[in-house]
Design a protein around this ligand. Sequence first.
Ligand SMILES: *Cc1c(COP(=O)(O)O)cnc(C)c1O
Length: 232
Amino acid sequence: MTRAQELALNLADVRARVEAACVLAGREPADVNIITVTKTWPSSDIQLLAQLGVVDIGESRDQEASAKFADCGGLGLRWHFIGQFQTNKANRIARYADVVHSLDRPKAVHALEQGAALADRSITGLVQVSLDKQAGEGRAGASPDEVVDIATEIVRSPHLRLGGVMAVAPIGTDPGLAFQSLAEVSAQLREHFPEATMISAGMSEDLTEAIAHGATHLRIGSAIMGSRSYVQ
Ligand SMILES: *Cc1c(COP(=O)(O)O)cnc(C)c1O
């Protein structure tokens, strides 16, 4: 089997899982977008994905993403940045990212706005929420009670547009409960900002639970690309 055939089969399998989850949840598959997470995989895979009709690509490290964008920038793809980043990387991320899912502090918002202004681009920003009550300092994501303040900073940024919220289900917990909490955070945010309709939730292992709780954007890596040879 060629790599293109393998990717095509995996994509079909994931799309079937998404459709089945939508039937269970009483939702339209058209309302659930699949972002293919290509971290650790080469630019040649992104080119094959583009030929297979994939438009949304997710990357979590700036260095890797910048290099792949240089190779694949002409393919009309939408680039989603989904990883933690230091503010000194924001100028570079702003050159290629169409959507940044990982805004979890005002400083990151300000740095991305500055980068977007320099690049003269408009970027959609999501507030990453930590659903792990156990986690302390250094966790990825804002606590739920910080979300509206961070969203307000995004809305005040002329080159950013508020998309909504993003979360990763904490390891070792019930993803359904985590995504239910995220849906509540999203509903509270939309009381302030009705336009913030995006819910970025669900990965290869928990996409069914994410769809049940309103995910609009899934971030799918290994189920499409195969197992990564190193852990991020
Ligand atoms: C790697 C990654 C994914 C994809 O994970 P899979 O389990 O491979 O589907 C999704 N979201 C984030 C933030 C990631 O870093």
